[in-house]
Ligand binder design. Structure first.
Ligand code: PLP
Length: 377
């Protein structure tokens, strides 16, 4: 007997998540492990969300209301947009997956994304038998918009852009994205530009950088956002999208009725209301980003400018290698992100933690560089 899955699934290299704290504690038998690998919020869970989860625990025996209307309404008010344009999912991961499934026929349609990019876009496309066309980023990690457009043809249903981008933190000027959306609409009216703004609220000037804010949203543009980063709810799995009305309606037809559970839904509503937590998070990221960038530069690393809650960097040229450094830090109980799965084996990515975590990371990295230098001398 041979139970075979689809060829596309048999051939799949699955998504590689950041390592977990428990994993590293067990493997190296150490108590204190800090995780700066998955861009989670260093301040933890918003207090109002925590209260709401405790309050809702007694209702966990009930199914959630189909379509999560309370959360949809809260998000519509938050963004000042019609509720019919809002969708919510089990993390924006679910929305990415469903958007590919509801717009692309296997073996027939294609999506276009950058190379490297958040690997879920090409992975979910592959699972569904949909071709993912890749356009290399420029050397400085900026977007090659003309190159992206050149990959689009009559078969293309979705173009994915991540702004600010993961793993670089690059945020393209608003005018460039606007211009691209317009050009895409001209050449391919059936293709949706899906802008993943998982990190947009960390940009220094969200109003200036996001097409979602202040002005008319181009008709062929949709957005993804998440409660996993600035809202501190990654473990509850909740993300949302803003889509053209018709696609939003189709999304709801296809989504599993209860994929967003009641604790997640109520926590998300409470998180939207916790303005002081939000302010504190933005402040923590903005100052932590500076702390890390200064510290990394002082150690001789090359740091990319970032509009997100993480930094992409390269070690000084005389250091042994990114993977070696990554493993050294793991043994010291500091988890950052090696970028082999992004095809960037010489780079590392570190999430902004709280001031103490940032300092522990920097001092361990300093130890690593000093030790490898004295070993060589
Ligand atoms: C973290 C992240 C997300 C969020 O995913 P969730 O499923 O909402 O946790 C989406 N896109 C990118 C590029 C990310 O880095």
């Amino acid at each position: 007997m041979s139970f075979k899955a689809l060829d596309a699934v048999e051939a799949l290299v699955p998504y590689a998540p950041g390592l977990s704290i428990a994993e590293i504690q067990e493997k190296y038998a150490i108590d204190r492990v800090i995780k700066l690998a998955s861009n989670e919020n260093p301040l933890g869970v918003p207090p109002l969300a925590r209260e709401s989860i405790a309050r809702m625990a007694a209702s966990a025996f009930r199914y959630p209301q189909g379509g999560n209307p309370r959360l949809v309404k809260a998000l519509a008010e938050w963004h000042q947009l019609p509720p019919k344009r809002i969708v919510v999912g089990n993390g924006s991961d679910e929305i990415i997956d469903l958007m590919i499934r509801i717009t692309c026929s296997p073996g027939k349609n294609s999506i276009v994304c950058n190379e490297p990019c958040f690997s879920l876009y090409p992975i979910q496309a592959q699972i569904h038998g949909v071709e993912a066309r890749r356009c290399p980023l420029r050397k400085d990690f900026s977007f090659d918009f003309a190159g992206l457009l050149a990959q689009v043809d009559f078969s293309t249903r979705l173009v994915f852009l991540t702004t600010p981008d993961n793993p670089s933190g690059y945020c393209p000027p608003r005018e460039h994205v606007e211009h691209f959306a317009h050009a895409l609409g001209q050449c391919s009216p059936d293709c949706l530009l899906l802008i993943d703004e998982a990190y947009m609220d960390f940009a220094e000037n969200e109003e200036a950088d996001s097409l979602l804010i202040g002005g008319q949203i181009p008709p062929n543009v949709g957005f993804l956002r998440t409660f996993s980063k600035s809202f501190g709810l990654a473990g509850l799995r909740i993300g949302y999208g803003i889509l053209p009305e018709h696609l939003a309606e189709c999304f709801w037809r296809a989504r599993l009725a209860f994929s967003v559970n009641i604790l997640a839904e109520e926590a998300a509503i409470a998180a939207l209301e916790d303005e002081s937590f939000r302010q504190a998070s933005m402040q923590a990221i903005s100052s932590g980003r500076k702390q890390l960038a200064h510290g990394l530069e002082a150690l001789g690393c090359c740091v990319w400018p970032s509009s997100a809650n993480f930094l992409l960097f390269q070690l000084p040229p005389d250091a042994p290698g990114a993977l070696d450094c990554f493993e050294y830090l793991l043994r010291k109980g500091v988890i950052i992100r090696a970028l082999k799965s992004y095809n960037l084996p010489d780079y590392l990515r570190v999430s902004v933690g709280n001031p103490e975590e940032n300092e522990i990371f920097l001092s361990n990295l300093g130890d690593y560089l000093a030790e490898t230098r004295s070993a060589k001398a």
